[in-house]
Write a protein that binds this ligand. Structure first.
Ligand code: DSN
Length: 450
């Protein structure tokens, strides 16, 4: 293997980078070290195994083509056709889907393909408000989805639970053509069945964007929307531990006729990705998705998924016991949302103080938040990384204690500035470094290759 053309090419690339471009090589090394030595608790990310990342550095990236396997617009595709067919088979197997499209460059592009093929400009789209935990692409005014379509937003109640009665009321009032469920900041199970019943009642399509919870769905730890929604989308770099990219999936909905056309949903979505919103696929990313999906099918992934959920449950309980207001009172998935305003902090101050100690989280808006998205009153924490490090619930409780130690010690001087005594900061940083060393990321240092 070490002298195969593939391995030689990968090693040569790193060696050339090291020798010929030390400035860039050093930056890559620094980032490698930063990820190893900090506690990432960003709910929207994970860590791709080295074999996934290796696929992205291969010569598949040199193949320019358009179309799908067996129907390309360029020659030279006999190998990449097999790569893409394998990825499609693995995506269908991982989610029990009848249809899978592995070409979307991201979850956002996957959502665009669905929206731009099923809606006309001005059609009504009902999605979760960004400020309530939805996603930019679900109809936010800041995104194309909230400008080309007439976007209506549903939210949560004051405790943070999706208000399904509001979803039903808004659906009956505005008669959307598409309802979007799925969130980027929501710690509870999503009731796909009720969403579908509402969609059917008003004649809407239902799109489930499971980007945040797709690993739990694949592992059977969250109900699957694949046979419930008309279309399901996900990004591949969050809970699938894959590369940057997206997937479109369909179960029973695949054969649904699209009103006003002679095509099924599967046929419509196939041409929505190419040629409607994308051109050349990134075949190196398709290979990396395929590798990640193979890992999702292994028993070890079930164990990882269980650790994600038990870790988040332990994190929510520990923070709650330490006096934090945990939205919805807990979590069903990988995510915990806390209100830091009751500790006299903004989300921005809490995020920055934690980062100075090597704990990486993100500020997040909470219901009725008086602050904008760059300040906020909340924090979003997640356990995808902690689970990948092999942390059990005791180790997660150590993380919670570190978070609490920093947030109890930092003093906000206003909404954006703060002070943390240096001895407290440096002790917390040292404790984070030692926790990271006890639970190392499963990776391969660059030095071992060069
Ligand atoms: N959707 C954004 C988030 O949840 O943070 C990025 O993936």
């Amino acid at each position: 293997m070490s002298s195969s053309p593939l391995a030689t090419y990968a090693q040569l690339g790193l060696r050339q980078l090291h020798d010929q471009d030390p400035e860039l090589y050093d930056l890559l090394e620094r980032e490698h070290r930063r990820q190893s030595e900090t506690l990432a608790m960003i709910a929207a990310s994970s860590v791709a195994p080295a074999s996934v990342t290796a696929c992205e550095g291969t010569v598949l990236g040199n193949v320019t083509t358009e179309g799908y396997p067996g129907a390309r617009f360029h020659a030279g595709c006999e190998v990449v056709d097999e790569v893409e067919r394998l990825a499609v088979r693995r995506a269908k197997a991982a989610f029990g889907a009848r249809y899978a499209n592995v070409q979307p460059h991201s979850g956002s592009t996957a959502n665009q393909a669905v929206m731009f093929s099923l809606l006309r400009p001005g059609d009504v789209l009902l999605g979760m408000e960004l400020s309530a935990g939805g996603h930019l692409t679900h109809g936010s005014r800041a995104s194309v989805s909230g400008n080309y379509f007439t976007s209506i937003g549903y939210g949560t109640d004051a405790s943070g639970w999706i208000d399904m009665d509001e979803v039903e009321r808004l659906s009956k009032e505005h008669r959307p053509r598409l309802i979007v469920c799925g969130a980027s900041a929501y710690p509870r199970e999503i009731d796909f069945v009720r969403f579908r019943a509402i969609a059917d009642e008003v004649g809407a399509f239902l799109l489930a964007d499971i980007s945040h919870i797709s690993g739990l769905v694949a592992a059977g730890l969250h109900p699957s929307p694949v046979d419930v929604a008309h279309v399901t989308t996900t990004s591949t770099y969050k809970q699938l531990y894959g590369p940057r990219g997206g997937l479109i999936l369909m179960g029973r909905g695949a054969d649904t006729p699209v009103p006003g056309s002679r095509r099924t949903l599967a046929e419509t979505l196939q041409s929505a990705v190419f040629p409607y919103v994308q051109g050349t696929p990134q075949l190196q990313a398709v290979a990396a998705k395929s590798r990640a999906l193979a890992l999702v099918a292994q028993p070890a992934f079930q164990e990882l998924a269980r650790r994600i959920v038990s870790g988040a449950t332990a994190l929510a309980a520990a923070l709650s016991a330490a006096g934090y207001h945990v939205l919805t009172g807990g979590t069903d998935n990988h995510m915990v949302l806390i209100d830091v305003s009751r500790k006299g902090l903004t989300g921005l101050v809490a995020e920055q103080a934690l980062e100075s100690c090597g704990i990486i989280v993100n500020k997040n808006k909470i219901p009725d938040d008086p602050h904008g998205p760059r300040v906020t009153s909340g924090l979003r924490l997640g356990t995808n990384h902690l689970a990948a490090r092999g942390m059990d619930t005791d180790a997660v409780r150590e993380c919670a204690a570190l978070v609490d130690r920093v947030l109890s010690s930092v003093r906000a001087t206003d909404t954006r500035t703060w002070h943390l005594d240096e001895p407290i900061r440096s002790q917390a940083r040292a404790d984070v470094t030692s926790l990271c060393a006890r639970y190392p990321l499963p990776d391969l240092p660059l030095e071992a290759i060069v």
